[in-house]
Design a protein around this ligand. Structure first.
Ligand SMILES: CC(C)(COP(=O)(O)OP(=O)(O)OC[C@H]1O[C@@H](n2cnc3c(N)ncnc32)[C@H](O)[C@@H]1OP(=O)(O)O)[C@@H](O)C(=O)NCCC(=O)NCCS
Length: 216
């Protein structure tokens, strides 16, 4: 053991798809990610997130961002892990794509979640990064299903889920900024998955061992 990526193989994981790369976020990447989020993720009068982290005062967003990702690392376990990867396009950090699980060894399912800096939205990146993560979990982590969710008034997120092949799986009433808002659940199976460009993965073997799929 000599590198932190040996200890925490998320930092050795890379998923490439054309000009897109999803990979583990180092502490320096977290600083860049915080600066990106601080520049804006959505209009102030909207709230796309179930956990409204962008409602924090803007000067607190970079530290909150780092603390969230440190928390993901700190809580990582085979019983409940989240893979939150940074997303780069032509080498520029543009956002994150996550996959969050509970009891994955039994359930073989997880929930995708993502965001892009506002200047990178609406150009097809959100679709490509979701396709890359879904291809990774189906092809390299033996996933049986992927879920997602979005408020009904988030047409970009809903459109990405539908384009990638997720089907609607019910609407529930959630509290958002003190008021009720309808939230749609989505489910994706390998058969329905609409693939994008092929992916090239490195570091999958160590990650599989980390989550208990293969013994060392
Ligand atoms: C959601 C998000 C990740 C999607 O990424 P993106 O790169 O913007 O999405 P894409 O460009 O790949 O696709 C967006 C689709 O939504 C469609 N869309 C966007 N606004 C729309 C609207 N008002 N009505 C209907 N469709 C809309 C686009 O037309 C596009 O579909 P198309 O390619 O078939 O035309 C990104 O917009 C984002 O980060 N938003 C803010 C944070 C967020 O909402 N995160 C998800 C929380 S559930």
């Amino acid at each position: 053991m000599s590198a932190i990526s040996d200890v925490y193989p998320v930092l050795g994981l890379s998923i490439r798809s054309g000009s897109l790369e999803l990979r583990g976020l180092t502490d320096d990447d977290l600083a860049a990610l915080g600066a990106l989020a601080r520049r804006g993720v959505h209009p102030a009068d909207r709230m796309p997130f179930y956990h409204p982290w962008t409602d924090a005062p803007v000067e607190e967003i970079p530290l909150g961002m780092a603390q969230y990702h440190w928390g993901v690392r700190a809580r990582f376990s085979q019983a409940a892990w989240t893979l939150d990867l940074g997303v780069w396009v032509d080498g520029e950090l543009v956002g994150t794509q996550g996959f969050s699980t509970t009891d994955y060894l039994v359930t073989r399912t997880g929930e995708t979640g993502s965001w892009l800096g506002v200047e990178h939205q609406g150009a097809g990146i959100g679709t490509r990064m979701r396709q890359a993560m879904c291809a990774f979990v189906f092809d390299h982590l033996d996933a049986a299903e992927v879920t997602s969710g979005a408020f009904v008034d988030n047409p970009a997120s809903v459109a990405v889920s539908h384009k990638v092949g997720y089907v609607d799986n019910g609407v529930s009433r959630k509290k958002r900024r003190g008021e009720v808002a309808d939230h749609i659940a989505f489910t994706l199976t390998p058969e329905a998955f609409v693939r994008g460009e092929p992916i090239e993965v490195s570091g999958a073997d160590a990650f599989r061992r980390l989550i208990g799929l293969d013994r060392a």
